[in-house]
Design a protein around this ligand. Sequence first.
Ligand code: SAM
Length: 207
Amino acid sequence: MGIVGNMHKAHPFADRWNHNTRWYPRIGEIVSGHQVVLDVGCGDGTLAGHLASLGHQVIGVDRDSTILPPDAPNTHFMLGDAVSLPFENDSFDAVTAVMMLHHTHQELALVEMRRVLKPGGVMVICGTARDRAPSEMLRSLADVPENLISRVGTTAWEPGTVKLDATQSWRQTRATIFEMLPGARWERIPGWRYLAVWQRPDTDQRC
Ligand SMILES: C[S@@+](CC[C@H](N)C(=O)[O-])C[C@H]1O[C@@H](n2cnc3c(N)ncnc32)[C@H](O)[C@@H]1O
């Protein structure tokens, strides 16, 4: 086993590796200190379970009733649509969404996710977009060798969730996030993904 393999052995999702699970530990770090988390488009609840194992209380919502897992310690799963979340304003300390946003009306979902986040809370979005500009295609090409390297020492795993190709470009998606979440940080991360993090200002009465 080489250095890369050993590195991945230490990753909590080395035995359930995909381009979403690889980022769960990073998401866990970002929401650290934020007790009650809503995971939107939670799928089979793997991220929710990870966050619960870190001590969070997690509610997972998904619009696909067939994928929702049973409740588990510190996790509750329910049917819900990102564009009309069944929660009061200012309900959650953190809101996460992994590979959900491109499945839905992005602006409406962001308005809702923002609405249910408490002032001072943090939102983390991990998603993908479509290569439209040559620069976007070039950037995505760089993910090809990285993908091969990242898999060394891991076991590939795919949950049975609905998959969909993105239609909006990287540039459009980033612009939408900046427009809906002023002050958000956005970065392109390996695995044909972006990571966006937004902290709702403490003084923000209502967006
Ligand atoms: C590619 S899967 C990702 C699942 C999970 N977040 C993960 O990290 O593997 C996308 C999920 O988002 C859900 N989804 C898509 N649009 C949604 C919406 N508008 N409201 C709630 N869930 C939605 C789908 O049903 C699916 O389970």
